[in-house]
Design a binder for this molecule. Structure first.
Ligand code: C2E
Ligand code: MG
Ligand code: MG
Ligand code: MG
Length: 282
């Protein structure tokens, strides 16, 4: 895997933008059908709080298996859905489904938080607040249990700050995703109070291998702490990475080291066992 994966948005999206126009069109058609036929699924990846050594939340991640193409990665289909606008109805489905699941889990895993990714295009729409409110109301989920993840790119879109303030006023937590790879200036971080910064996996994967990645990781952890954010490390795969993050005061970790994204039933069993102390190292 290229070390610079995810470091630079342009680089990351090159393969997708490079797909031929007819391929993108074919994918768009199949995606539209997939939405109508209920072929999208959510999987859930546990987030482990390093202070308490408990799973305190999950991130909902979208999955799509096409009957002919097989599994299609979100890294491929989300950018196309952004481009053709399908991300709006797909995103509504994701929000509703994630809220229902979070509500179901409250009975056996009280306080478990649900993080949902929102893409820039969803923010550009005036009805995003209503979409979120409706999903919460239908699921009878407390807004305190919902967290919305947005990238730095979405932060920079016109009107985003108003939307984010409104979400905060509704008591919904915000996380800045892929932190350190986008284009936001630090003044945005100062003006706009998110609860959490998600340190991008591209830095985490360099821990123990590249000094620059360790320096950047430490800097983001200390910046986050000084400004009152919790820092969540993404893509933690090894014991070395985990030990480094712990030593430098990282609050929460998410990654294959503990658990992959899983269907709801598997995620539930994992979280229950982990929080009962039955799983020490994942
Ligand atoms: P993201 O929000 O930054 O999600 C984290 C990605 O890292 C996920 O990829 C997850 O499966 C992967 N990951 C987590 N731990 C590890 C690890 O230890 N090692 C490795 N190699 N990977 C790890 P995934 O599920 O393929 O999603 C990719 C991106 O697609 C997401 O990045 C997000 O930007 C987007 N996405 C996924 N689901 C949704 C959705 O429901 N709505 C929107 N708007 N975007 C979504
Ligand atoms: Mg995310
Ligand atoms: Mg991320
Ligand atoms: Mg990412």
């Amino acid at each position: 895997r290229a070390k610079s994966n995810g470091r630079n948005a342009l680089q990351r999206f090159t393969p997708d933008l490079g797909k031929r126009a007819d391929e993108r069109l074919a994918l768009s058609r199949r995606m539209r059908a997939a939405l109508a036929n209920g072929e999208f699924r959510l999987v859930y990846q546990p987030q482990v709080d390093l202070q308490t050594n408990r799973v305190t939340g999950v991130e909902a991640l979208l999955r799509w298996t096409d009957t002919e193409l097989g599994p299609v990665s979100p890294a491929t289909f989300i950018p196309i859905a952004e481009e053709n606008g399908l991300i709006v109805p797909i995103g509504e489905w994701v929000m509703q489904q994630a809220c229902f699941q979070a509500r179901v889990w409250q009975d056996t895993l009280p306080g478990l938080r649900m993080s949902v990714n929102l893409s820039p295009r969803q923010f550009a729409r005036g009805d995003i607040l209503r979409v979120v409110q409706r999903a919460l109301a239908r699921a009878r989920l407390s807004p305190r249990l919902l967290e919305i993840e947005i990238t730095e790119g979405a932060l920079m879109t016109l009107g985003a700050l108003d939307v984010l303030r409104a979400l905060r006023a509704m008591d919904i937590d915000l996380a800045i995703d892929d932190f350190g790879t986008g284009y936001s200036s630090l003044s945005y971080i100062r003006n706009f109070r998110a609860e959490r910064l998600k340190l991008d996996m591209s830095f985490v994967s360099g821990i123990g291998r590249h000094r620059e990645d360790e320096v950047i990781t430490r800097a983001i952890l200390s910046l986050g702490r000084a400004l009152g954010f919790k820092v969540v490390a993404e893509g933690v795969e090894t014991e070395t990475q985990l030990a480094f993050l712990r030593r430098h005061g990282c609050s929460v970790v998410q990654g294959y080291r503990f658990a992959r994204p899983m269907p709801a039933a598997d995620a539930h069993a994992f979280i229950r066992d982990f929080n009962e102390g039955a799983i020490v190292y994942g």
